[in-house]
Design a binder for this molecule. Structure first.
Ligand code: ZN
Length: 428
């Protein structure tokens, strides 16, 4: 079918806008939005608002008041912009998170300088994911300028707290109707999955705390107490020796990358027991006690082939098995949260259109992947009930959360072209 737009001039418009794209990315990096604690969310929302109002987007800044993480000191602000064409049609939404993880140590560049060096822009959030946000803005701005007569709508959002679960960001907006099939048809999340990769979804997650109980006693006579740490050691041994090998035998049909993440996994996220840490934390010398409680937090990642109830009962069964073997073994489990795996159909229109755009602009076929960890797609899928969502954006995932994080300018240009062609294919 003949396209009603001139592909060449669209692609060229992004080439011509390279400096603009670079400058916008630098400006976004220069607003430090570290989470925790959730700094400067309002400032970045206002910046985005002013920027998109220039292209006649209608904008809203929305606070997730009273939601997880929101406080008077660190309010959780979200930004959403919408531009409507001359007639009705489909709506494509680009969602980026505005928060970045803490800068941390080990940087040679200023983490909030946004410096350009050898074709790269450096800074915290450069690749995860202010470069992606900038690429989508440039694509949308060029589209509405070149095709004012289009049908449908374009939305761009900048949302809070993705790095800490997205509850006051995308989840909040989804609960309030901003991500639902009535309003939005297609969603692209420009996370740094690489310019030729389309991420269809992610594995599932279950977090829980396991507590073992003992009996306090004098440390010089441990036989008079009952060590909760020893009970927990038995749990950890069972996890390592029985559960882990069992998990490694399972393989997903989902195209999870890296390869090792095709199997489910369990991470012992933390362990706490006994007195607070001593000399390392300057709380003085320890007193001699047998610990009567020990808590671990587990982070279990599961496949689309697994069922959440089975994932949970596997842990309960394991604990019962330990209980059979050990005297006075008592435990409790506190479930913290869970996320089901999410996978957009490869046959969906958004996947098809982005694939075509990659082939036409880069001359290569896209790679389809599934992320080992979750991102905001979970809320769009579960709360919003919106199925046509993918992650597609510039940058190399390995750079995310690293010191000297960077995004390549040419990668952003390439992704922005794909985004622009995608919009044109859907709305012209
Ligand atoms: Zn991210």
């Amino acid at each position: 079918m003949a396209e009603k737009f001139d592909r060449e001039s669209l692609v060229l418009s992004i080439e011509d806008d390279k400096e603009n794209l670079q400058e916008l990315t630098t400006q976004l990096i220069q607003i430090p939005t570290e989470n925790p604690p959730g700094e400067n969310y309002y400032d970045i929302c206002r910046f985005l608002e002013k920027r998109l109002q220039r292209s006649n987007f209608s904008t809203k800044i929305i606070r997730a008041k009273g939601e997880v993480g929101d406080s008077e000191k660190y309010p959780r602000w979200n930004f959403i912009a919408r531009h409507e064409g001359k007639s009705s049609g489909e709506c494509i939404h680009f969602n980026s998170h505005i928060d970045v993880v803490e800068a941390g140590n080990g940087w040679n560049q200023d983490p909030f300088g946004g410096k350009v060096l050898n074709g790269r822009i450096y800074g915290r959030g450069a690749c995860d994911m202010k470069g992606g946000l900038a690429s989508s803005i440039i694509a949308a701005e060029n589209f509405v300028r070149m095709h004012p007569e289009y049908s449908g709508a374009i939305e761009i959002s900048g949302t809070a707290d993705e790095e800490s679960g997205g509850f006051s960001g995308v989840a909040y907006l989804a609960k309030n109707g901003y991500f639902c099939p009535k309003r939005v048809n297609h969603v692209i999340i420009p996370e740094p999955l690489n310019k030729n990769r389309i991420c269809l979804g992610h594995r599932g997650v279950w977090w829980a705390e396991i507590l073992t109980k003992g009996k306090i006693g004098h440390g010089s006579m441990p036989f008079l107490g009952d060590s909760a740490i020893k009970h927990m050691a038995a749990v950890l041994k069972e996890i390592e020796e029985t559960l882990v090998p069992n998990l490694l035998e399972r393989k997903s049909s989902m195209p999870v990358v890296p390869e090792a993440a095709k199997s489910p996994s369990i991470n012992i996220h933390s362990i706490h027991s006994g007195e607070a840490r001593g000399v390392f934390e300057n709380v003085g010398m320890p007193t001699p006690c047998v610990p009567d409680q020990c808590v671990i937090t587990i982070d279990r990642r599961f496949l689309i082939e697994e069922n959440l109830n089975d994932v949970k009962s596997e842990i309960y069964t394991l604990l019962e098995k330990v209980k059979e073997r050990r005297d006075n073994f008592e435990y409790e489990i506190k479930e913290l949260f869970s996320v089901h795996p999410s996978m957009t159909e490869k046959t969906s229109k958004i996947v098809d259109v982005v694939s075509q755009s990659i082939i036409e602009t880069m001359g290569m076929s896209p790679e389809f992947v599934i992320s080992p960890g979750t991102y905001d797609q979970k809320h769009i899928d579960r709360i919003g009930q919106l199925k046509n969502c993918i992650a597609y954006g510039p940058g190399i995932l390995d750079m995310a959360h690293q010191p000297d994080e960077w995004v390549g300018i040419e990668d952003m240009v390439a992704s922005s072209k794909v985004m622009l062609l995608t919009i044109a294919k859907l709305l012209v």
